[in-house]
Ligand binder design. Structure first.
Ligand code: GSH
Length: 194
């Protein structure tokens, strides 16, 4: 049985949601980043971490891709153009949304106080809004890579919730509707209640 380490208030929410979508059995260890429980499986101390038998996989994207490919769900098949387009969305969401939020978090509470540059947050908020406007303008179907959700939708939906918690500007209406649709999925609701 899979073991997913990391509490749902972190990027661990992403694989938790996918595991719920897949309907496969798993154990959840809701450990905090850098905790002993995390370091016991991954010296990096970052979450999420997936333990599959004797194998340990770190990084939410590696875990999502592994699970989606292995179970043939939430992804287009590897080696297809549809998959390449899906992957382009994944990397774009990481570059343009996740990285912006992560930099803001680092300068808010993660870096040692003397290394924080609080003023950078205003610039990041502007960049975030600009990037979301462009993404919203390119959303031509219900989800990023077609009408059914795939890996990049898990990442973008997670980031949109993260942005709200971090008091970033509200997303364009198109993405608010997109997030509302994804949040009504029973698997999302189960993961959110963990
Ligand atoms: N790219 C990694 C980032 C993992 C990451 O930085 N996770 C945060 C929690 S969301 C963490 O564990 N931070 C602790 C640290 O940076 O030491 C992923 O997507 O899993």
């Amino acid at each position: 049985m899979y073991k997913l380490v990391g509490n749902r208030a972190t990027r661990a929410f992403r694989p938790l949601w996918l595991l719920e979508e897949l309907g496969v059995p798993y154990e959840h260890v809701p450990a905090a980043p850098r905790s002993e429980e995390v370091r016991a499986v991954s010296p990096l101390g970052k979450v999420p971490v997936l333990v599959d038998g004797d194998d340990v996989i770190a990084d939410s994207m590696a875990i999502l891709t592994y699970l989606a490919d292995k179970h043939g769900a939430f992804t287009h098949p590897a080696g297809t153009v549809a998959r390449a387009r899906q992957d382009a969305w994944t990397f774009r969401v990481l570059d343009e949304v996740d990285a912006v939020l992560w930099t803001a978090a680092r300068h808010s509470f993660l870096l040692p106080e003397d290394q924080r540059v609080p003023a950078v947050k205003e610039s990041l908020k502007v960049e975030f809004s600009h990037n979301l406007e462009r993404i919203a303008g390119e959303l031509t179907s219900d989800c990023l890579a077609g009408d059914e959700p795939t890996v990049p939708d898990i990442v973008l939906a997670h980031c949109l919730g993260w942005a709200r918690n971090a008091k970033f500007p509200e997303a364009p209406e198109v993405l608010v509707d997109y997030l509302r649709r994804l949040r009504t999925r029973p698997a999302f609701e189960r993961a959110a209640a963990l």
